[in-house]
Design a protein around this ligand. Structure first.
Ligand code: SF4
Length: 487
């Protein structure tokens, strides 16, 4: 995605974050988490953090910036312990400031717990109101979840004059608190939590955002995407199911199902396949890269064109471009070079940063494209300003024709489940025909992948959310809920 799915007011979807958790005896959890967060950096570049437990207390380090800005060897050495959770953040609700960086932490008696969240709640206003909180008292929906859990978490004072140990809880204090709180949450939430003894991973009943489980040296790992397991040498076990809560403690790993069975209705975000997830991530048992190639192949069958070269918009458009080239027989070539040291610009937190970043991001390979009729494949168009600039740039570099092929249907509706999108009037495709969009983009032709072909490429083994493409929101949304709550 180029300019795109990111800036906006409503609650800022873009990938709304990467989460990670690890509990392995004998290994330094902070270093494992650091490596894993690098593998999840694409899911959020505004802030990074981790919480580490040495079995006695939980220590949190977090800050604004990339993982490499927030942590160094000295910091990691100061975080002993064999259990940790980590987070990379892109704000979908709440401001981009230190307080909203995660993990969120709550002190409970002598210890505390930490939480990392990927997603967006859709009932933040109601939940805050139930707690008697006024607008402005909730920093973010993630902060609200932490507050709700802390209210249910039994406080334990084992030192000082207030020494007090409550009755043992059935599953441990954190898990019992979650069993109480989780059914009240609505919307998208893949969570990792930990206190001094238990590591927990939770996926909402729709499973909007991914979450997987792995094993490492007799311990367990939880991550938004499987490459975070690969990078630390962990073995992928399986995806955590929608509505499942996985607990890792001294007894090993086991599952709870805290949500009403009738609420479990898999709706994995179809855009994880189109754009958000890493190409080397495994989703629904398949590598995302192969799915993207299939999207390109189907697009070539549905929207052929006479051309001299197929090129992908780096980097997310490349797999679909390879698929288009293979299916069409048109040679694949590189037409644009991406500056690797500039982040994914669509997640820059404000407009000015975004525009500057886009200008610095792509440069045409003039000798490779001069005089050629190009098929230019990208994964999506949200506002369209970057795409139009790119088309102009290719023509200025000598391209004879520019035929745009988009490996997803027109992006017409905002996301309320953890992806930052502009409001509807800012979406290029919201009220325009494909021909009107082509004209705006100044392309010679334009075609999108159909929703049927997208579903076919992904494989219809489960339900998907495709609300931004169809307007069919699987969980009711309260428009401007976060604005009302977080103003
Ligand atoms: S609306 Fe649904 S498919 Fe679209 S980005 Fe959001 S979660 Fe994904």
């Amino acid at each position: 995605m180029q300019d795109d799915i990111s800036q906006e007011a409503v609650g800022r979807p873009e990938e709304a974050c990467g989460v990670f958790g690890v509990r392995v005896e004998g290994l330094a959890a902070a270093y494992l988490t650091f490596d894993a967060l690098f593998a999840l950096q694409h899911r959020g570049q505004e802030a990074a953090g981790m919480a580490v437990s040495d079995g006695v207390s939980v220590t949190v380090v977090k800050n604004l910036g990339l993982v490499s800005n927030v942590f160094d060897d000295r910091t990691l050495r100061s975080l002993p312990g064999t259990m940790a959770i980590g987070h990379t953040r892109y704000s979908t609700t709440g401001a981009s400031n230190w307080r909203n960086a995660q993990p969120a932490f709550r002190s409970v008696g002598d210890a505390g717990f930490a939480l990392g969240h990927n997603g967006n709640l859709t009932n933040t206003t109601d939940l805050a109101s139930d707690l008697g909180m006024l607008p402005g008292m909730v920093a973010s929906d993630s902060d609200l979840i932490a507050e709700m859990v802390s209210l249910k978490y039994p406080k334990v004072f084992q030192s000082g004059v207030d020494s007090f140990t409550p009755e043992p809880t059935e599953h441990g204090p954190l898990v019992d608190a979650l069993i109480d709180v989780l059914p009240k949450l609505k919307g998208a939430f893949s969570l990792v939590l930990m206190d001094t003894h238990q590591l927990v991973g939770v996926r909402d009943p729709n499973g909007f955002r991914p979450l997987c489980l792995g094993s490492l040296d007799g311990g367990y790992v939880i991550a938004s995407e499987s490459p975070a397991l690969d990078v630390i040498g962990a073995e992928f076990i399986r995806e955590i199911e929608p509505g499942e809560m996985v607990v890792v403690d001294d007894d090993g790993v086991y599952s709870h199902w805290p949500f009403p069975p009738e609420s479990i209705d898999p709706k994995l975000c179809i855009f994880e396949f189109v754009y958000f997830a890493r190409p080397d991530a495994k989703l629904l048992g398949k590598e995302v890269h192969g799915t993207r190639r299939t999207m390109g192949q189907l697009l070539a069958f549905a929207a052929p064109v006479e051309a001299d070269m197929v090129m992908g918009v780096p980097e997310s458009g490349v797999p679909a471009a390879e698929g288009y080239a293979k299916a069409s027989g048109i040679p694949y070539g590189q037409g644009l070079v991406k500056n690797r040291y500039i982040g994914r610009t669509f997640i820059a937190p404000d407009q000015a940063q975004r525009v500057n970043a886009v200008r610095r991001k792509l440069n045409p390979l003039a000798e490779n494209i001069a005089g050629k009729r190009l098929v230019v494949v990208d994964d999506s168009i949200v506002r369209g300003t970057t795409t139009r600039n790119m088309v102009r740039m290719l023509r200025d570099a000598g391209a004879r024709e520019v035929h745009l092929r988009i490996s997803s249907p027109p992006y017409q509706w905002p996301c309320y489940y953890g992806i930052d999108t502009p409001s509807r009037p800012e979406l290029l495709a919201a009220n325009r025909t494909v021909e009107e969009i082509r004209e705006y983009l100044e392309a010679d032709s334009l075609a999108y992948l159909s929703i049927e072909d997208l579903r076919a490429a992904v494989g219809a083994s489960t339900g998907f959310c495709d609300a931004c493409l169809t307007g069919n929101y699987p969980v009711p949304v309260a428009v401007n809920f976060d604005v009302e709550v977080l103003a």
